[in-house]
Design a protein. Structure first.
Length: 104
């Protein structure tokens, strides 16, 4: 018996776009949730995951970031800048204002 037989790995269907690798996040990295031009919550990012197609995904104790479900969320980096995939802001105030007002 090999480890594949023992784990029943043949019964597991791999999902497309799943996380294929992780590495530790820098201290001070957060997923920020905003509403009404203020920060509601900051969840510490503990890991960065890499999806099958190469996209980086921040992971908290609650799991991978679901950016689609919460359009008013973004990543705050230890350097003070913020990002949401193709969008970047110099600071927290700019990110909150831009996401909540929809201004470029």
């Amino acid at each position: 018996m090999n480890s594949r037989d023992a784990s029943n790995a043949d019964d597991i269907e791999m999902t497309r776009g799943g996380i294929i690798a992780t590495h530790p996040a820098q201290a001070g990295t957060f997923i920020v949730y905003a509403s009404d031009l203020e920060v509601l919550e900051r969840d510490p990012v503990i890991l960065w995951g890499v999806e099958e197609h190469g996209r980086a995904v921040p992971i908290t104790m609650n799991g991978p970031w679901d950016d689609i479900a919460d359009a008013h969320s973004f990543v705050l980096h230890p350097t003070g800048d913020c990002s949401r995939y193709e969008r970047n802001w110099a600071n927290l105030d700019q990110a909150v204002a831009d996401l909540l007002t929809g201004e470029p």
